[in-house]
Design a protein around this ligand. Structure first.
Ligand code: A5A
Ligand code: ZN
Length: 477
């Protein structure tokens, strides 16, 4: 038997399914001998490349890419009090160079504010330098003490996209926060992954920020995954790192900043939202192989069939698709299994009868068959792939809507969070949030909800009965 033998656990057992698909679809190998560190297989890495290609494309519209060092000197790291408090338990320290103890211990960046902002203090001179919008895609290290999980809770985040912007005023920075929210929404749209955005409560904001917006993905088991965050940093870091600019009148002004990050959790979301019992299901834009051609070789016309497969491959390449012929000496069923596991959106089958009829059989990853005319095949393929993408989005939206429960009491909320998230009314005070979190064993994810799946409504706090505002609560990863 090939390496493909055996099958996935049902996606209803989401946790098992997730662990198995990572190796069966060749995304991550979890056998690396350091806890919380994992290895990208080439196929997983190709998905990463496509995903981050989209993220780069969106950012490159009006950001510039840069690259800062991994190591941060202790004195810079220790400058911003709130920031230190938030991260001190998660930092790895480099203390030695060879056998000698370093004079200045160096932190492995858990995030790069304290690496970047001392340089921003040098770079930002005048109002003409603003806004400044840079980003980098790097690895970061966090000594996570909660249960580590591939792509979800890592000690080495290998794919940390962090953007850091500088503005003249608090309002300008706030507009950037809104722009980042639109950008993240567009990014997740491209992944066909629905998100729910909200404003994290004050006690859950990024250490050193004025406030934090977060994009949560509702996973198949109903738990939420924080798959991106956007922080308004106010002038907190500017004060600490002395980031000032000269205004039009020659006066020195403190700058205002934002930062926003996405990690490979976006790939965990992509896999989890779309996958099924047969394996990965990938939207065409994210698929390392978008089309697999399976020639149906029989005694009759074997050469013509092989040639037709090659011609189709060439045509698909010319049309810009990532395409593969599978002409291995295996049963067609074994090939289908192999490519379905890896999430290939479209399979083209060509056999003697198809050649005679001037057609190609197309089967999408959800098993739907279409007979396409051989002539102008790329046009037929293009519309099938477009429709397939729309179908994935519609199906993902359908599933998310089922998992959002608008409730009116703690009891209803308790039931709701067993299968998804609850939208409750909350007065905004910390005591009531504590009560909700304690009774339901959930997190209060946020208020100021931005989601087309949640209709705005007013009501009374489900704990104290005072006037409330909508808030999302759920069990999070
Ligand atoms: N400098 C800002 C952008 C920052 O560090 N924000 S953050 O701490 O919220 O991280 C950004 C995103 O990285 C989070 O929203 C989350 O999606 C992801 N992330 C955080 N810790 C992670 C971990 N240990 N493993 C994987 N992803 C993580
Ligand atoms: Zn209340």
């Amino acid at each position: 038997m090939s390496e493909d033998s055996g099958s996935l656990p049902s996606k209803n057992n989401f946790s098992e399914w997730y662990n198995e698909i990572l190796w069966r679809a060749e995304i991550m190998d979890v056998r690396y001998p350091v806890k919380g560190l994992y290895v990208w297989y080439p196929h997983g890495f190709a998905i990463r490349k496509a995903t981050y290609g989209i993220l780069r494309e969106l950012l490159d519209r009006d950001h510039e890419e840069t690259l800062f060092p991994l190591l941060i000197p202790e004195h810079e790291f220790m400058k911003e009090a709130e920031h230190i408090k938030g991260f001190e338990e998660e930092v790895y320290w480099v203390t030695h160079g060879g056998l000698s103890k370093l004079d200045v211990p160096l932190a492995l960046r858990p995030t790069s504010e304290t690496a970047i902002y001392p340089m921003y203090a040098l770079w930002v001179r005048s109002h003409a330098d603003l806004p400044l919008k840079y980003y980098q895609i790097v690895n970061t290290f966090r000594y996570e003490t909660k249960h580590t999980r591939p792509l979800i809770r890592l000690r080495e985040i290998t794919s940390f996209k962090e953007a850091h912007t500088v503005h003249a005023t608090w309002e300008d920075a706030n507009n950037q926060v809104e722009e980042a929210a639109v950008l993240y929404r567009e990014f997740y749209d491209r992944l066909c992954v629905p998100i729910v955005m909200s404003k994290r409560p004050d006690w859950d904001k990024f250490p050193g920020a004025d406030f934090t917006l977060a994009a949560d993905v509702i996973m198949p088991d109903g738990r939420t995954l924080q798959a991106g965050t956007i922080h308004h940093l106010g002038d907190n870091f500017a004060k600490t790192f002395d980031i000032t600019y000269e205004d039009e009148n020659g006066g020195q002004q403190l700058a205002f900043q934002t930062c926003y990050g996405i990690s490979e959790r976006c790939i965990a979301a992509l896999i989890s939202v779309h996958g099924d019992d047969k394996g990965l299901v990938l939207p065409p834009a994210l698929a390392p192989v978008q089309i697999v051609i399976v020639p149906i070789i029989m005694k009759k016309m074997a050469e013509e069939v092989a040639q037709a497969a090659k011609d189709i491959e060439a045509e698909m390449k010319t049309a810009g698709y990532r395409v593969k012929i599978d002409d291995r000496p295996l049963r067609p069923g074994a090939k289908y299994y192999h490519w379905e596991m890896r999430g290939v959106p479209l399979r083209l089958e060509i056999g003697p009868r198809d050649i005679e009829n001037g057609v190609v059989m197309a089967v999408n990853r959800l098993g739907e068959k279409t007979t396409l005319p051989r002539e102008n095949l790329a046009d037929g393929v293009s519309s099938l792939l477009d429709a397939f993408k729309d179908q994935l989005m519609a199906s993902a939206v359908g599933k998310v809507k089922e998992k959002i429960h608008i409730v009116n009491s703690l009891d209803e909320a308790k039931e709701a969070v067993e299968t998804g998230i609850a939208v409750v009314q909350w007065c905004g005070c910390e005591e009531c949030a504590d009560e909700i979190e304690k009774v339901l064993d959930v997190s209060l994810l946020g208020d100021d909800i931005r989601s087309e799946y949640i209709e705005k409504a007013e009501g009374k706090c489900i704990v104290c009965g005072r006037p409330g505002k909508q808030a999302v609560v759920g069990r999070s990863y």
